[in-house]
Design a binder for this molecule. Structure first.
Ligand SMILES: [Zn+2]
Ligand SMILES: [Zn+2]
Length: 326
């Protein structure tokens, strides 16, 4: 039976006997199946159309973020949604002996379990951190390092702001460091944490920053606050630094890179990521036993050529390259 896979302006399209399967499309196509892996904005479509296959959690988070999925289903014959361990509700898709990872993390972090890795013939994998320089420390090491930093700052009476992406990282940080008191949340993180709690994730309760500030709670130092990733130039951070002498700790996979300085925009930068690091990506590829690997997102050329070097047939999936196979 003829099958093809290609990258289009609307994302990845897999053709299976006249049926189109769209993987994280920019716009939901009116025919075929549209798979949405998770609710990060670069994976959420901007328009409705046909059937959307996604997890219940992704549907809920998407609607909090302003995208209401029409024609949503969370199960379909011949398609398996596989836990990808990236953020709450994130899934990969296994169908027709193809596994699409979406965004994936095989390292357990707080309430997020490691991704499940299925066997497949064809693998379409992200490689955000597909360079050998990206090797992340163990979560236990990160816990020790960060607790020491906070403890040291507390002894000086300094408040601490923990920064991570509003969806995903902020909840992991809230879970790992929520034992510090008093604990406050940036209003946007509080909203996202409340939804996580509603979906069954245990997270400490905490006051939102607007309420905490107007109530004078922030004047009683030190404290810990979880906020979305922002640069030191951001008005909110400037204000928190000028008024309360707050110190920032940023959490990002880019933190360790010598080349990508945007990972080090905070007073302290900690390499905590919701993606696989380089070694984890290679291990993932091996575990699937895939005969053909397509790389997407990130260092697609570099990672594909590394895979070729170790004897795995791999290539970046790019627009224009039409690849037919059986
Ligand atoms: Zn993501
Ligand atoms: Zn992504």
């Amino acid at each position: 039976m003829p099958r093809s896979i290609r990258m289009t302006k609307n994302g990845i399209v897999y053709q299976l006997d006249g049926m189109q399967i769209y993987l994280d499309p920019k716009n939901v196509a009116s025919e075929g199946i549209n798979f949405i892996s998770h609710a990060h904005s670069d994976h959420l479509p901007s328009q409705n159309g046909g059937i959307i296959l996604s997890s219940m959690e992704t549907n809920e988070i998407a609607s909090l973020r302003g995208f209401r999925m029409e024609n949503f289903v969370d199960a379909m014959d011949d398609f398996s949604l596989i836990d990808s361990g990236h953020i709450l509700g994130a899934k990969g898709l296994l169908f027709d002996d193809v596994f699409y990872t979406g965004d994936i993390c095989t390292r357990e972090r707080a309430f997020l379990k490691a991704a499940a890795i299925p066997k497949c013939k064809t693998l379409i994998t992200e490689c955000t951190f597909g360079l050998p320089e990206f090797i992340f420390p163990k979560i236990d090491e990160i816990k020790i390092t960060v607790n020491e930093i906070i403890s040291d700052l507390y002894s000086k009476g300094k408040p601490v702001i923990l920064l991570g992406y509003q969806l995903g990282k902020a909840q992991t940080i809230s879970s790992i460091f929520g034992h510090w008191k008093p604990l406050y949340y940036h209003d946007s993180v509080k909203k996202m944490n409340d939804l996580h709690r509603k979906l069954g994730v245990t997270l400490e309760e905490g006051m939102g920053h607007t309420e905490a500030e107007s109530g004078g709670f922030l004047d009683k130092k030190p404290w810990v606050m979880v906020a979305p990733m922002m640069s030191q130039k951001n008005q909110f951070i400037k204000h928190m630094k000028e008024k309360y002498d707050a110190v920032t700790i940023g959490f990002s996979g880019w933190a360790k890179s010598s080349r990508f300085s945007f990972g080090r925009r905070s007073d302290y930068s900690i390499p905590l990521s919701d993606h696989c690091d380089f070694n984890e990506l290679v291990e993932l590829v091996h575990k699937t036993g895939a005969e053909k690997v397509y790389t997407i997102h990130g260092f697609v050329e570099e990672f594909a050529s590394h895979l070729k070097k170790i004897g795995i047939d791999a290539q970046p999936l790019r627009e224009q390259s039409l690849d037919d196979y059986v």
